[in-house]
Design a protein around this ligand. Structure first.
Ligand SMILES: [Cu+2]
Length: 113
């Protein structure tokens, strides 16, 4: 329940390719969000999980413009190679896993320069 990279750097407005490998026994995702929105996004996820249908869907991606980019929920021993364009605005963009309860420890920072 940890990302091995706590921080990585990208260039503003440039294409980024990540390798997201999940060797854990439970599913995880990687959700890149606007600066200082961790708690707001986590709160939205908490609202979602009151709905049994959302638990069945199991993606835990709330509809909010705080989320810039996200992977699918990656099952154990699987991987995803997401590509996206880095934000144009330099800054520290947190990434979190939105599987309920994970975000407090499963997080890191994408530094946009
Ligand atoms: Cu997780």
């Amino acid at each position: 329940m940890l990302y091995d990279l706590k921080q990585f750097e990208v260039r503003a407005g440039q294409p980024v390719k990540l390798e997201f490998v999940n060797p854990d026994a439970i599913s995880h995702n990687l959700v890149i969000i606007r600066p200082r929105t961790e708690e707001a996004v986590a709160l939205e996820v908490n609202r979602m999980i009151a709905d049994p249908k959302q638990i069945e869907i199991g993606q835990y991606i709330p509809e909010t413009d705080a989320i810039l980019f996200h992977t699918e929920m990656v099952p154990p021993n699987s991987s995803e190679t997401p590509r996206f364009i880095a934000p144009r605005e330099p800054g520290n963009y947190p990434y979190i896993c939105t599987f309920p309860g994970h975000w407090t420890i499963m997080k890191g920072v994408m530094v946009v320069k």
